[in-house]
Design a protein around this ligand. Sequence first.
Ligand code: KIV
Length: 274
Amino acid sequence: MGSYLEDTNKAVTTERLREMKSQRRKICCITAYDALFARIFEEAGVDLILVGDSLANVIQGKETTLSVTMEEMIYHTKAVVSGAQRPLIVADMPFMSYQISADEALRNAGRLLKETGCDAVKLEGCTPQILTAVKNMTSVGIPVIGHLGLTPQSINKFGTYKARGKDKAEAEAIFDSAMKLEDAGAFAIVLEKIPADLGKKISENLSIPTIGIGAGKYCDGQILVCTDMLGVSVDFRPRFVRRYAELYDVIKNAVEQYAKDVIGEDFPTDKESY
Ligand code: KIV
């Protein structure tokens, strides 16, 4: 297993993620939306950065992820790619960029790789058409991550962001979908907000890694939305998020002090002037 920083100089590949699973070395993933944070996360030793369509919530202040466009994903993914070299960088495919037809899915996945320099794409769900899209992408060399359980792009179908797979039928459907995505060529699967024992069963039965978010400790890796775990977002506190910092308070206090200093004419001093 070794230290989590054992091989920070080597670029992470999809193959390396598979190796980590077989070596039982947990995979550390986080979201980022710009070069500034991507650089910090790379230096902190993360393996994978996801440019999530959660940028709708985090950056754009939207309630759902549905409005994110290809252009917005391309813009943010380019910024992240500029900030980090070692982690595997994955771009989310926006809602309706892959559901209309397998051809359109392939074209849009290709755009994400060609125009941003990212390493892979992620898409949600497991309809027959999505499985075809995953097969097509994989066959032309576009690595794909699946996303099952709570799939935020389906919020209008679910009507809630509650945990999925709690009843037997839904748990079985999620398990079957995971198997199908692996067969179609996905190189990893994000499992969001499902019971830990279902996360365990899927992780044990797949040869590709599972990346959990609210899916328990048995997943092969974990991912968190950066602003949640850094405590920048105040109102969103689901139990699966561990807050490693309280940056909302740090930033607010710093800016309050700055405002006081400017208004009180304490900033800038002569030392801070030319
Ligand atoms: O968009 C996103 O940030 C995601 C994570 C929650 C996995 O899909």
